[in-house]
Design a protein. Structure first.
Length: 69
């Protein structure tokens, strides 16, 4: 048996390392992927704080829309 990683595990490891080294860059990447339609990648990359901020922005937007329109 060899100690080589499978390609999928290597991608996951590299993604985790990138998230640790550059959190804002990965958030932008996740946002860009989400605009294409990969919501799962957005959720997994942003974490609970990022998702909370997005939910808060949506709620504020709905409140402003209901007040003014």
């Amino acid at each position: 048996m060899t100690n080589q990683e499978s390609p999928q595990r290597e991608r996951e490891r590299l993604a985790r390392e990138e998230l640790k080294n550059n959190p804002t860059g990965t958030m932008k990447d996740a946002y860009d992927r989400a605009t294409i339609g990969n919501l799962g990648e957005l959720v997994s990359t942003l974490g609970w704080k990022g998702i909370g901020i997005i939910i808060l922005i949506i709620l504020v937007g709905v409140a402003v829309k209901s007040i003014f329109f």
